[in-house]
Design a protein around this ligand. Structure first.
Ligand code: PLI
Length: 506
C-alpha cells in the first residue's frame, strides 16, 4: 500500500507481540491497511507483518548469571553514584539497558575469529579482512580502523572543519557535535520538524529538511560547509530512520553546491531494515543491498562498530577520496595507532570483519528490531508515553509527558532513569537536558524539545522475558509518577557532562 508521500508500509514478519496475539499460524500475510499516514497508530506500526511471531535466529550456548540486589542496596548504590546511572557498578545492575554500545553478544564464529588474531604491529592479515568486509558491505574504497566511533569522529572533524565553518546534520549526537565544535565548527540541526515531536508518526523522522539545508547554504555559502553530517538511524530522535528518497535528494542538492556528505553509519543497518519495511520499491531488496545503495550516495562514513557491527570494541572511518584518505591515514598514526590497526587488536579486527557479515543477515536484523518493538508494544498497551514510531535500538520514554510536573531544568529524564533503577535494578540512560549540555556561546543549558529516558536493547543478549520484566517496572514507576520530584546537579564536568555529572534529589 503506497502512502501519499510515496512510502509503502509492508514487509517481512517481525517478532511482534501483536502478530502472535492477533493472527493464527496459518493466516496469510496481510499488508498494512489504511489510506494515509494518519491511519498509522503506535499499534498498527508493528502489525503489518505476516504469519506468526519470530524467534531469534540463534540459540544460547553460554550464559552469564544475573542477580538483583535488594532495595536498600540499590538506594545506597544510586546515592553513591550521584543519581547518575553511568556511575553505577554493573554488579549492582540487574538488566542493563544503559546502551547498545559494545554490549552485544558475539557469535561462536566471531569468538573463533578471535583465536585467529594476527597481532603484528603492521600489516596484520585481520586488517585486510576488515578492509574487504567494509568494501564489500558498505562499498567505500579506503579504510582506516579506529579504537571506536569517536576516534573516527575526531579524525574526520579535524581533517575537514576549519574555525567558522557550519556542519548541518540530522539532529545532534553528543560526541559527534563535540568533535565538530572542538575543531572550530558550529553544528546546525536540519532534521525535519517531525523529529522533535515524540508523537508524530512520520515513518522517516530522521530525514533532512531540504529547505533548512538550502537556507543554510544560501545564508553562509557552500564554502563554509565542509560536509553534511548524516546519521542513519538518528539516535537522539529515538532511533528514527532516513529514507532512500531523502538521501538521494540531499545528494542532488549537495552536488549542485559541491558539498560532501559523510554518514554516521553506526546504526545504518537498522536504518536499511526500515527502508525495506516502509519505502516503496524496497520490500524485496535485501538489507545488504539497501545498505550499499544508501552508502553510495555519500562520500564516506564513520562507524562505531560497537553497535550494528556486533563487537565489543572498535570503529572505522572509510572514504572514497584518495587525497582525503592520505590525510586521514597520516593523522591516524598520531591519535589512534598505525593505519593497519588504528587502536584495535588483530583479533578484534577479525571479530569485526565477521560481525559485519552477520549484521546484515535478514533474520538477525528482523529479530533485533522485533525485540525492541515488542517492548514498545507492551508499553503502548498501557498508554505509557514513549517516542513513536518505535525506532531500531531502544525505547525512549517521554519524560515530559511522564513527569509533566517536573520542570526541564530539574532533569525529569535523569530522575526517571534513577526511579527505574530503584524499582527493579534496571539501568537506563538520560537523553534530555543533561545530555544536551550547554551552549558554548551563552553558557546556558540547551533545552532540547525531546526529554527522554532511553531503554537501550543490547543485540543478542536478553530474552522476551527480560522485556516483560522491564515493561512491568516502567508501569510501576508510571503508576507512582505524581509522587516523584526532580533533581539538582551538584557536579558538572566540562565536556559530555551526562557521563560523569552528579545529582541530588530535590
Ligand atoms: O561510542 P563510540 O565512540 O564508539 O561512538 C560514538 C557514537 C557515534 N555516533 C552515534 C550515532 C552513536 O550512537 C555513538 C555512540 N553512542 C553511544 C555510546 C550510545 O550509547 O548511544
Amino acid at each position: 500500500m503506497i502512502e501519499p508521500d510515496g512510502f509503502i508500509i509492508h514487509g517481512a514478519p517481525v517478532n511482534s507481540r501483536e502478530s502472535l496475539r492477533l493472527r493464527g499460524r496459518d493466516e496469510p500475510c496481510s499488508t498494512f491497511q489504511g489510506g494515509d499516514m494518519s491511519n498509522i497508530t503506535p499499534r498498527t506500526m508493528g502489525q503489518q507483518f505476516g504469519r506468526r511471531s519470530w524467534a531469534e535466529p540463534w540459540k544460547i550456548k553460554m550464559v552469564e548469571p544475573l542477580r538483583m540486589i535488594g532495595r536498600p542496596d540499590r538506594e545506597r548504590a544510586l546515592a553513591e553514584a550521584g543519581y547518575n546511572t553511568f556511575l553505577l557498578r554493573s554488579d549492582d545492575v540487574y538488566i542493563d539497558l544503559l546502551t547498545d554500545s559494545g554490549t552485544s553478544a558475539m557469535s561462536d564464529r566471531q569468538w573463533a575469529g578471535m583465536l585467529l588474531g594476527d597481532e603484528a604491529y603492521a600489516g596484520s592479515r585481520n586488517f585486510y579482512h576488515l578492509e574487504e568486509a567494509v568494501q564489500t558491505y558498505y562499498g567505500y574504497r579506503y579504510l582506516t580502523p579506529t579504537h571506536q566511533g569517536r576516534g573516527a569522529e575526531h579524525l574526520i572533524s579535524r581533517a575537514l572543519i576549519k574555525p567558522g565553518m557550519y556542519i548541518p546534520g540530522n539532529m545532534y549526537f553528543t560526541t559527534t557535535r563535540l568533535h565538530q565544535e572542538l575543531a572550530g565548527g558550529v553544528f546546525v540541526d536540519v532534521i525535519i520538524n517531525e523529529a522533535h515531536d515524540p508523537t508524530n508518526m512520520h515513518p522517516f523522522k530522521g530525514n533532512i529538511d531540504l529547505n533548512k539545508l538550502a537556507d543554510l547554504i544560501a545564508r553562509v555559502g557552500a564554502d563554509k560547509i565542509p560536509y553534511v553530517s548524516l546519521a542513519g538511524t538518528v539516535n537522539m530522535a529515538g532511533g528514527q530512520p532516513v529514507s532512500m528518497a531523502n538521501v538521494r535528494a540531499v545528494r542532488e542538492l549537495c552536488d549542485r553546491h559541491g558539498i560532501r556528505i559523510f554518514l554516521d553509519a553506526t546504526r545504518m543497518i537498522e536504518n536499511a531494515f526500515f527502508i525495506q519495511e516502509r519505502e516503496e520499491g524496497y520490500a524485496a531488496t535485501p538489507i545488504a543491498a539497501i545498505l550499499k545503495e544508501f552508502c553510495s550516495y555519500t562520500d564516506g562514513a564513520w562507524m562505531s562498530a560497537k553497535k550494528d557491527n556486533l563487537v565489543n570494541i572498535g570503529g572505522w572511518l572509510a572514504v572514497n577520496d584518495s587525497e582525503l584518505f592520505d590525510t586521514l591515514r597520516n593523522m591516524v598514526v598520531i591519535y589512534e595507532g598505525l593505519h593497519t590497526y588504528g587502536g584495535m587488536a588483530g583479533r578484534d579486527m577479525e571479530a569485526l570483519a565477521i560481525g559485519i557479515a552477520e549484521s546484515v543477515e535478514e533474520d538477525h536484523v528482523r529479530s533485533r528490531v522485533g525485540q525492541v518493538r515488542y517492548l514498545g508494544e507492551l508499553l503502548t498497551d498501557w498508554d505509557i508515553p514513549i517516542v513513536q514510531p518505535v525506532g531500531g535500538h531502544a525505547i525512549f520514554l517521554d519524560a515530559k509527558r511522564f513527569y509533566p510536573h517536573i520542570p526541564q531544568d530539574q532533569f525529569p529524564a535523569q530522575r526517571l532513569a534513577a526511579e527505574l533503577y530503584l524499582d527493579s535494578g534496571i539501568r537506563a540512560m538520560e537523553r534530555g537536558i543533561a545530555s544536551a549540555g550547554r551552549d558554548p556561546e551563552t553558557g546556558d543549558h540547551r533545552y532540547p524539545a525531546l526529554e527522554l529516558t532511553r531503554l537501550t536493547i543490547p543485540r543478542r543478549v536478553y530474552t522476551q522475558a527480560h522485556m516483560d520484566v522491564v515493561a512491568e517496572s516502567v508501569k510501576a514507576i508510571y503508576d507512582a509518577r505524581t509522587q516523584t520530584r526532580g533533581l539538582k546537579m551538584t557536579y558538572e564536568p566540562q565536556y559530555l557532562r551526562f557521563f560523569q555529572a552528579r545529582f541530588e534529589p530535590l
